[in-house]
Design a protein around this ligand. Structure first.
Ligand code: EPZ
Length: 419
């Protein structure tokens, strides 16, 4: 049955907690290390299951990876890059492995990757990734469960993304880094993690301009050389702890954050009645009075992040009034709703919209994590619920949260993991 997280709710969290390096910046940066003929050093690499999975992918392609989880430092040397295939079991385990396809094409002229397939939050297509790679001159063959791309030479092109896909933007940026000429990505994703990837490619001698806007220009260079890169802080992990403070009526400082990456969440938490104070690299959050209902709609950055939607929903189940939550990024990201209902939440789903009627309290119950962020939302609900909550399938949570129970316990939560 695997491990569970057990929580006795009702404790107002207090104290300091530090956010790790961002999972969703680290994974593309690790993939981009394949572009470099030399050893790169990555700092503040979070010791997460997904990071370890990406290490396996890079190693099976012939790169040498040395990771010290205590120091959170990683060295990747892709001089020995010899493989062009990311095996299905690894892709199935973590769809972000698909991010190696761009670098492999750029370095080896060929890549064979299993189709990532869907996951709990949606079908997760890759059409925009393939549109971009084809535009750069790659031939793409879709076989039974795998994709094979080949390109003698990648050449810069203009690519319009029908949706500002984070992964597609990153894959195209990496392929374009070593292409002949200039690539322009229009309607590109603007997420901070895309900017961090561009920063890393430029540190290796690449030429990426405009990352963080909807138009990114990549000027191909002949080759990239080693660099040292520190991964940006994880805005989603930090946001999760901010909501933990709000939902328990506590007072918490989250350290190692970039406040400008959390503007939508800060705004929404203030609207619910929380006090939020931003400093250079930390955020103080306190909630003393009652919570007010708010509406929110998830959007590509700089809109409200879909990765914090389930956490905010958990909070709003306890707000006074009715909140309307609209999920516009993924088509099936309300898997946490049934589980929150088991804890007494009143939520009505109408298509991509969830109507949350706030209640006085939630009640602890055995609940099941369906995906990474839904699992985090259930832990947050358990922190505030009366009685004890058991969250199962915590392997989903381990993919994106390092020492979640220890960090929450250090803030006073009555929480522990057990078999
Ligand atoms: C990244 O996934 C993140 N993962 C996700 O975080 C995050 O939720 C998502 O961006 C949105 O911010 C990593 O960075 C490893 P997308 P990604 O391509 O790149 C559609 C977490 O919890 N789409 O921006 O897969 C797609 O169906 C994870 O840490 C296409 O239609 O997200 C979806 O509706 C979950 N065609 C929307 O775009 C494509 O070719 C957003 O997907 C690609 C995407």
């Amino acid at each position: 049955m695997g491990e569970k997280i057990k929580i006795e709710g009702g404790v107002a969290l207090r104290g300091h907690v530090r956010a790790e390096g961002a999972k969703n910046a680290c994974l593309p940066v690790m993939a981009a290390s394949l572009l470099c003929e030399g050893e790169v050093t990555l700092c503040d690499v979070p010791p997460l299951q997904d990071v370890l999975s990406m290490c396996q992918v890079l190693e099976c392609l012939g790169a040498r990876v040395a990771y010290d989880p205590a120091e959170k430092k990683m060295a990747i040397d892709a001089r020995g890059l010899c493989g062009v295939e990311a095996p299905y079991p690894l892709i199935r385990k973590m769809r972000a492995s698909f991010l190696v396809i761009g670098p492999l094409l750029a370095r080896m002229g060929k890549a064979r990757v299993s189709l990532p397939g869907g996951c709990a939050i949606g079908i997760r297509p890759i059409d925009l990734h393939l549109k971009g790679l084809r535009a750069l001159g790659a031939q793409v063959l879709i076989g039974h469960g795998f994709i094979e791309t080949t390109a003698d030479r990648l050449r810069g092109e203009r690519v319009y993304l029908d949706f500002p896909s984070v992964g597609a933007t990153e894959n195209i940026m990496m392929a374009a880094a070593l292409a002949d000429g200039v690539t322009v990505i229009e309607n590109a994703a603007e997420e901070p993690e895309v900017v961090d990837l561009a920063r890393f490619i430029n540190a290796m001698g690449g030429r990426v301009a405009g990352a963080g806007t909807d138009t990114i220009r990549i000027y191909g260079v002949p080759g990239l050389s080693p660099a040292v890169h520190t991964v940006i802080p994880d805005r989603i992990e930090a946001g999760t702890y901010m909501v933990a403070a709000a939902i328990t009526g506590g007072q918490v400082t989250v350290d190692n954050v970039i406040p400008t990456h959390l503007v939508p969440l800060i705004a929404k938490l203030k609207e619910t009645g929380c006090d939020v104070l931003e400093e250079e690299s930390s955020i103080h959050i306190r909630r003393s009075g009652h919570l007010r209902a708010v509406d929110l709609k998830t959007l590509p950055y700089p809109g409200f992040p879909t990765d914090l939607q389930s956490q905010m929903m958990a909070l709003l189940t306890l707000a006074r009034g009715t909140s309307v939550i609209t999920e516009t990024v993924f088509e099936n990201r309300f898997r946490h709703v049934d589980e929150l209902r088991r804890m007494g939440a009143q939520i009505k789903i109408e298509g991509h919209t969830a109507v949350v009627t706030g209640k006085e309290r939630l009640y602890g119950a055995p609940v099941k994590a369906s995906d990474l962020r839904a699992g985090a939302a259930l832990v947050l609900a358990g922190l505030a619920a009366a009685g004890s909550t058991e969250v199962s399938c915590v392997h989903h949570i381990d993919r994106g949260y390092h020492r979640l129970t220890e960090k929450l316990a250090s803030l006073g939560a009555a929480i522990k993991r057990e078999e």
